[in-house]
Design a protein around this ligand. Structure first.
Ligand SMILES: [Fe+2]
Length: 362
């Protein structure tokens, strides 16, 4: 692979890092170390985890180097260390943390010079630069998790970070009562679901396979705050998280749990789409990328699933405990949004940027 392509990887890694650091730039060390919620990590953990994941894959695994801090990596293992204990772990903080981020990156770039990352590369981790794409996606996805916490920090205002599609920036699509209830009819038939064999995708998006769908209808737009306000008024249901901050009525509803999404859908006489329906309809959906959209589907393996590069990424989460969300939110980097991308979470979660879109049988 040409040096230009390695340069492109190095540039993209640098850009992702600039974004991560810009988000925490307004905070001091005590805010980075503080535990704001037992379902979210202190930001210092996220930052150290980003660096450690990079060290583990790009320096230790690919570059065959020893870790910089011995056994420290085990405190950054997301499975071993549930979020509620991360504030008490002996993780790196303050200037040590910043030095670690920089030192890992320096070694990453050194290793990048040595490896072959072409389509012919023998190691599947290196083929088409897979492991570098994985690392980029990892860091960009973590900044979304960090944004969930950042909105809990008193007085925090978002710095002007590129690739954040803030609801109050950019044009807000025109909506009227009629257009928000407009539906798209999807015919019964065979649809292809999942990521194709080439290009970067996670293991859980593969393999691409056919599904049979009955005819259904799906809303052109996600459910809006004003739609939901009616439901709240009529049922006395608990408002979504941060509702008291005064949501813009025409913007998509955000910060609802799967249970709330289900209850709302039931109240309207419609239902959540399955993730297969969502993906089949995705080329025709509008206002994508503002909120993650809950689907009715459990997070399950596709036929022929093979864990790659490690079972803890998705396989460990398969089952009926997690529900699938599709699309992407204002906090999702555009580079990690694609129609086949499957996000998943526990049905009670509402700190995530989650809303819904309604569907019904035709
Ligand atoms: Fe992670």
């Amino acid at each position: 692979m040409s040096p230009t392509t390695k340069d492109a990887i190095a540039d993209r890694l640098a850009e992702a890092r600039r974004r991560t650091l810009a988000l925490v730039e307004p905070l001091d060390d005590s805010q980075l170390n503080r535990v704001y919620s037992e379902i979210l990590s202190p930001l210092a953990w996220d930052l150290g985890h980003i660096a450690n994941f990079e060290e583990l894959w790009l320096v230790q695994t690919i570059g065959d180097r020893e870790p910089l801090h011995g056994e420290l990596g085990r405190f950054y293992d997301a499975i071993e260390n549930p979020r509620k204990i991360r504030g008490e772990l002996p993780i790196l903080r303050d200037s040590e943390l910043r030095t670690y981020l920089d030192d890992v990156r320096e070694r990453t770039l050194e290793v990048l010079e040595e490896v072959e990352i072409g389509a012919e590369a023998e190691d599947p981790l290196l083929r088409e630069g897979f492991v570098y794409e994985m690392l980029l996606a990892h860091e960009l996805q973590h900044t979304e998790t960090m944004l969930q916490l950042l909105q809990m920090v008193d007085g925090y205002t978002l710095p002007d970070v590129p690739e954040l599609d803030l609801p109050d920036r950019g044009p807000s699509p025109e909506t009227s009562a009629e257009s928000s209830s407009e539906t798209i009819a999807i015919e019964a038939g065979t649809y292809e679901i999942g990521a194709g064999p080439t290009g970067f995708a996670y293991d859980n998006e593969r393999g691409r396979h056919e599904v049979e769908l009955a005819a259904f209808e799906i809303d052109r737009l996600p459910v809006s705050n004003s739609d939901y306000a009616e439901f709240l008024e009529e049922t006395g249901a608990e408002p979504p998280l941060y509702w008291e901050r005064g949501p813009d009525a025409s913007q998509p509803l955000i910060h609802v749990s799967w249970h709330e999404a289900e209850a709302y859908a039931g109240w309207t006489g419609k239902r959540l789409p399955t993730e297969q329906e969502w993906e089949a309809a995705s080329p025709r959906l509008e206002r994508l990328g503002r909120v993650w959209e809950w689907t009715s589907s459990d997070f399950l393996a596709y036929p022929g699933f093979e864990a790659f590069p490690y079972p803890e990424y998705s396989e460990a989460f398969f089952g009926d405990e997690h529900k699938v969300l599709r699309g992407g939110s204002w906090a999702t980097h555009r580079e990690v949004m694609r129609p086949s991308f499957r996000n998943w979470d526990l049905p009670q979660r509402r700190q995530i940027f989650s809303g819904l879109r309604l569907a019904r049988d035709a």
